[in-house]
Design a binder for this molecule. Structure first.
Ligand code: PLP
Length: 366
């Protein structure tokens, strides 16, 4: 069986270094917000060319903290509208709701699965105050156009980069570019993942940094002095240690993913399958390699019978989830089509050439 993602194999590459980190951690005896979190915050802000990185508990909290901090700063108010792609993972929507803001869904482009800038403009009202951009499957959205719309309408731009670690906007730029803040998840399956939960916010905004740092830690900058209604969402010290080991390999892993994607794109030849759009640049880190086909469940079954594990990202669009029933009457034909037809092929830096060849052969025989 070719696994969709062999996480054990991904992390076994770091076995020795992880054990050394664990030993140091045990020797130090400092468990919360210690040297490893501090080091990771430095390492990741350097990697992203950003001024600040704040390590937090997970990707959802990274987004929630950005919104809550903007409310504390008076740049957002409860009830303000936030533009968000209709076809994202539910966490993007939950973060808006958890900050008492209102999500306004916008259809993506069928070609890229990312926000369609033309459709954003149509949804802007006097209550719209922010755009939450999601770089779905690891491909950056059209940030230049989105930035233009944001500037014209005085909107904040926040990036959900949970799937796009290391994607580059221009030559050599993994940085924030035009946005105000970027949220990362280090969920184990991400391009760089913890052995547990983890997340981070990056920003160049000094005030935002200060407030998020406080809110992730009970709203307190100074122990037992609470300036904000905070939460407890700190990047775990041991997880930060593992991330410090893995970060130097992120670019090489992303390159490996692009090489596998290039093989899939060049060698899968089957009229029943729509391959993803890729412009060949580093703006895509192929967190997922997502194909589309009309009889998706049939193809998934066929692949499974041939020993190839696949996944669906995602089977139900957020507006049709029971949890979000207040949006249940909305209709998003492109989003609904995507959720009906997408299938994610195995993709990871530890997939072998032979495995990729076998996946291609089996798909071409379908
Ligand atoms: C697009 C997107 N946003 C947010 C999240 C939330 O991240 P986490 O699971 O770390 O909370 C995820 C992943 O899980 C995601 O894929």
């Amino acid at each position: 069986m070719i696994k969709f993602l062999d996480l054990k194999k991904v992390n076994q590459r770091y076995d020795k270094a992880f054990h050394e980190k664990l030993e140091e951690f045990m020797q130090r005896g400092w468990y919360i917000l210690g040297d490893e979190v501090k080091l990771f915050e430095e390492n990741f802000s350097n990697y992203c060319h950003s001024k600040h990185c704040i390590g937090v508990g997970n990707g959802l909290d990274a987004l929630v903290l950005i919104f809550k901090a903007y409310i504390e700063l008076g740049k957002l108010q409860k009830g303000d509208e936030v533009i968000v792609p209709a076809n994202t993972y539910i966490a993007s929507i939950l973060s808006i709701l958890q900050a008492d803001l209102v999500p306004v869904f916008v259809e993506p482009k069928l070609e890229t699965y990312n926000l369609n800038p033309v459709l954003i403009a149509e949804k802007i009202t006097s209550k719209t105050k922010a755009i939450l951009v999601v770089h779905l499957y690891g491909q950056l959205a059209e940030m230049d156009k989105i930035d233009g719309i944001a500037k014209q309408n005085n909107l904040l731009v926040i990036e959900d980069a949970a799937q796009s670690h290391g994607a580059e906007l221009g030559v050599g730029s993994k940085e924030l570019g035009v946005s105000n803040a970027k949220a990362y998840s280090f969920y184990p399956s991400k391009n760089i993942g913890c052995l547990g939960d983890g997340g981070a916010v990056i920003t160049n905004d000094d005030e935002l940094n200060k407030i998020i740092r406080a809110i992730r830690n009970y709203g307190s900058e100074k122990k037992y002095v609470n300036d904000f209604i905070g939460i407890n969402s700190r990047l775990d010290e041991l997880q930060a240690a593992f991330l410090n080991v893995k970060l130097p390999e992120l670019d090489a892993d992303n390159q490996k993913r692009r090489e596998i994607a290039n093989r899939y794109l060049a060698e899968i030849k089957n009229d029943k399958i729509v391959l993803p759009f890729y412009d060949g640049s580093k703006n895509h880190v192929f967190h997922l390699f997502v194909i589309r086909t009309e009889k998706r469940d049939e193809l998934q079954e066929y692949l499974s019978e041939n020993g190839i594990e696949t996944m669906i990202h995602y089977p139900i669009p957020p507006h049709q989830q029971k949890a979000l029933k207040e949006f249940g009457l909305l209709s998003f034909p492109i989003t609904e089509k995507i959720h009906r037809e997408v299938l994610s092929l195995p993709m990871s830096p530890v997939l072998t050439e032979e495995e990729v060849s076998r996946i291609i052969n089996v798909l071409n025989r379908y």
